[in-house]
Design a protein around this ligand. Sequence first.
Ligand SMILES: Cc1ncc(COP(=O)(O)O)c(C=O)c1O
Length: 372
Amino acid sequence: MRIPLFELNWDENEERAVLEVMRSGWISMGPKTREYEAALARFYGVRFALAASSGTSALLLAYMSLDLKGYDVILPSLTFVATANALTFVGARPVFADIRSPDMPLMSAETVERVLTSKTKAVVFVSYAGYGDTLSEVKDLCESKGIILIEDASHSHGAKYPGGMAGTFGKVGAFSTFANKNLSTGEGGYLITDDPQIYAWAKLLRSHGMTSSSWERLEGKEEMYDVVAVGLNLRPDEIRSAIGLENLKKLPAENRRRRNLVSLYRKLIAKELPEVSVPFPPSSPSAHYIFPVLLPEGVDRDVVRKRMYEAGIYTSIHYPPVHRFKVYDTGITLPNTEEYAQRTLTLPLWGRMDRERVVRVVETLKLVLRRV
Ligand SMILES: Cc1ncc(COP(=O)(O)O)c(C=O)c1O
C-alpha cells in the first residue's frame, strides 16, 4: 500500500466542466471566470472576488493594489517563499516575524510588534496549515497601529474562525488553488475583498491596466480600450475557472473529512506516539490543509523520511524557513521558527484518505522511530 502525501478529489464533475468549456469555443478569461468569482464572493460573504492565474498572482495583485513599494511589510518566515517573493517584486521589504511557539506556529501580536518599524505599512498573516488562532490578535494590533492587514490564506480555503472566515479579517485575502490545495484548479488563485478600490485596481492590474477585456469587447460593451496603469497578465483561463466552480462545491465536505481524519491522527498519536507532538490545540478551527507533527528533539528527520519512503509513505517538510534562504538571509535569527522547521514533518492528508491509511501511517512512524 503506497500512501501519497495528497490525492486530488476531482471526478466526472470537473471532467464535464472542462469539456463544456472546450466545446464552448471560448477558453480565455470570460463568463465562466465571472461565474466562479460570483460563487467565491457568495461563499465567503464578501463584495468582491477576483480569480488569478496563481496564488502568487493573487498576492502580487493584492500587494500592488495597496501600493507597498518602499515600505516594510511583516510576514512569517514559516511560509512558502511566494509570500515573500511577491513582496520583493512589488518593491516592498519583507520583514520576518517569528512564530509564537513550536506548539502555536503562527505569528502572534507579540512577535509582530517586536519587528515593527517606522516604515511598516502592512502585515501579511499566513494561516499556516489552515489555522488562524492568533489572527484576531494580529488584526487588533494592526488596527491599533494603523497598519494594513493582508491575509495569505492559501492554506485555509473555507476555514471558519471565531470572528469570520479565513481571508476576510484584513483588507484583502489571497488564496492559491495550486494542485494540492483544499480547493484545487491545478494552477490558480483568487483574492477576496470588501474594498471597491482594491478590487478595481487588482482587476485592472490583472490584465495590463487595460480598461476592458477581450470578452467585454466581444460582448460589444467597449469598442476600444485605454491603458491606465502598468499591469501584467495574471489572468486565469476559463478551463480552470470551470474546475474551480465545481471544486468549490466540494470544499465544505472536503474540509469536514479532513477534520475527521485529523481527529483520528491526533487520537492515535496521543496513544501510540506520545513522544511526537501535534501543534495547535485539538479544538482549533482549521481547513486542515496539511498535517504537520513535531518529531522528538535530536531525531534524524532525514532518516525518518527515508524509512517512511521505503515503507511506501510520502512525507514532506513545511517549510524550510524563508529567512534562511540565500536571497533573504540577512543574519537574523527566529528561534521558534528555526526549532519548528528543524523538527516538523508533514504526514499524508487528503479528504478521501481512508482511516486504514491513517492507522498505517501512525503504525509505520512508530516502528521507524523505535529504530532511529
Ligand atoms: C502560503 C502560500 N502562499 C503562496 C503560495 C503560492 O501559490 P501558487 O503556487 O499558486 O503561486 C502557496 C502555494 O503553494 C502557499 O502555500
